[in-house]
Design a protein around this ligand. Sequence first.
Ligand code: IDP
Ligand code: MG
Length: 155
Amino acid sequence: METTLVILKPSAVQRALAGKVLSRFELKGLRIAGIKMMQLDEKILREHYAHLVDRPFFPSLLRSMMATPVIVIALSGLDAVKVVRSMTGATNSREAAPGTIRGDFGMSGQENIVHASDTPENAAVEVARFFRPEEIFDYSPLVMPAVYASDEINR
Ligand code: IDP
Ligand code: MG
């Protein structure tokens, strides 16, 4: 199984969407492996958004991501990275497909409700960036045999 990082951004916290968004992931069958609230600072955001530091909107993105505490969540499941990205939708919420989180809850490119890791390699780095090892829990919910077929459950 794979573990991916989701951040409920200040746009989700401000708009009281945390429960609704988390519920979608739970209902899908993803397992919560870690969850906490934290205030992000410029140092961690410069690492997390290293691919964007030279973009003109970066100062605005920084302010946006520090506007309130965020909720960071590690979600585990088979192909969790791909599954969560597809549930998240396109970066610009106005272009995100209906049925996706951004498509259903957002109207903005920047204020787009959630972050989701884009590759398994980045997911591993991002989970380690936001969680200490002891904050990630390995357990098997009783529903697992109903969520997965027996040949999927140990993959
Ligand atoms: P992603 O979140 O869909 O993976 P990235 O390109 O990694 O998209 O960008 C990270 C975040 O930076 C986006 O989620 C969004 O909040 C912000 N962002 C990306 N492109 C723009 C832009 O053109 N204008 C304003 N904000 C942007
Ligand atoms: Mg990205």
